[in-house]
Design a protein around this ligand. Sequence first.
Ligand SMILES: Nc1ncnc2c1ncn2[C@@H]1O[C@H](COP(=O)(O)O)[C@@H](O)[C@H]1O
Ligand SMILES: O=P(O)(O)OC[C@H]1O[C@H](OP(=O)(O)OP(=O)(O)O)[C@H](O)[C@@H]1O
Ligand SMILES: [Mg+2]
Ligand SMILES: [Mg+2]
Length: 328
Amino acid sequence: MSECSSSSHIKRGDLVVLAGNSNPDLAEAVAKSLGIKLGEVEVKKFADSEINVKINEAVRGKDVYIIQPTSYPTNDNLMELLIMTDACKRASAGYVNLVVPYYGYARQDRKTRGREPISAKLVANLMTVSGADRVITMDLHAGQIQGYFDIPLDHFTAIRLLSSYFKEKAFDNPDEYVVVSPDLGGVTRARSFADYLKLTIAIIEKRRPRPNVSEVMNVIGDFEGKHCILVDDIIDTAGTICNAANYLKEHGAKEVSIAATHGVLSGNACENLENSCVKEVVITDTIKLPEEKKIQKIKQISIAPLLAEAINRINTYESISGLFEDGK
Ligand SMILES: Nc1ncnc2c1ncn2[C@@H]1O[C@H](COP(=O)(O)O)[C@@H](O)[C@H]1O
Ligand SMILES: O=P(O)(O)OC[C@H]1O[C@H](OP(=O)(O)OP(=O)(O)O)[C@H](O)[C@@H]1O
Ligand SMILES: [Mg+2]
Ligand SMILES: [Mg+2]
């Protein structure tokens, strides 16, 4: 991976990138793209399972970027992030920037019934209270989570990156492709994916009778005889996209591909994808993909160069609007 084009602007001594245990490969790739070495930090556990953080280099006055998606194990990764932030703050870091490409608890974005928490807001409070000066995140399940923060938050999207994977095929035959949102929450995302490729969209009406179970009720839009590209933010159990793909195929779709930002891939998700009618699944590396989940159908595109460019611009007070912001 090459260094950022404008890396000469970086006051290198002022920038430190730290990795927690959630996605060290992504952190390493971002540091490489920035042309620096990862900062020296040890994040371990004591015998009783409490988290033990040691920052082994001076961060006084520096702009620190902690790269830590809060994916599985969510609570450990979140707590690591909060403790690392506290350590940086107490070590007199200039700015502490939390790079959380996958924001755990984002699906608890509102009360769906009485006496439910809004855990996405609680997480925002925890990050803020721990000492974060800024949060950088990507394809939040609900864009409104941005408003849970009273500190600067940069909300980026991988939709342009994911759409570029399909560019050549779709550009040549636009009438043969359609972008499909697998539920109502994904419509804006599917719309912007389709805009990049100049394609039409269709929308699935999905119901969730209970958590982790979904059903397709109906599809709005024309998809018969077409290559369908299902666009989503998260693949968790893969129930949403496998059900959607089956429905589309059974009702006349020619082929179904998937593009999604976050590969959570819980339980039997990979097995279900492998055995499904889905042709290919394009995801990013916001979440580390363990070896056992690297199945043939899954193609991973790295967000590291984009994150590095964003860090570069933030660190040198350049504008990041237009780089890969939400809605762009
Ligand atoms: N992490 C989660 N896994 C499964 N289900 C979850 C998670 N976080 C929240 N939920 C539930 O999802 C529905 C919300 O679905 P909408 O389609 O956005 O209404 C709600 O029941 C949550 O409890
Ligand atoms: O792989 P799965 O286990 O099916 O979970 C992933 C799906 O769940 C979420 O949607 P949600 O049900 O919250 O609906 P929404 O997007 O309309 O809010 C998410 O946006 C994915 O579509
Ligand atoms: Mg939802
Ligand atoms: Mg959804």
